[in-house]
Design a protein. Sequence first.
Length: 87
Amino acid sequence: LVGMSKALAQEVGSRGITVNVIAPGFVETPMTDVLNDEQKARLIAGIPLGRMGAPADVAGAAVFLASDEAAWITGVTLHVNGGMAMI
């Protein structure tokens, strides 16, 4: 997806269209609710911000990328993961 989004960003950029990727980390959802406390603790220990994300964290990134404030951002992958991508 990352490679495809970069190619697409290059192709449609001249038309004023931006293309970006959001790469979420572990988010509190029914999928992560099935993890036991030990598994959750191990996951959280590897997240520099010390918590799993909330759906609103990812939604906020999407709203930003869709806004006029992000009009000059294209071809990037935004890691919304509490810092996991840097370790």
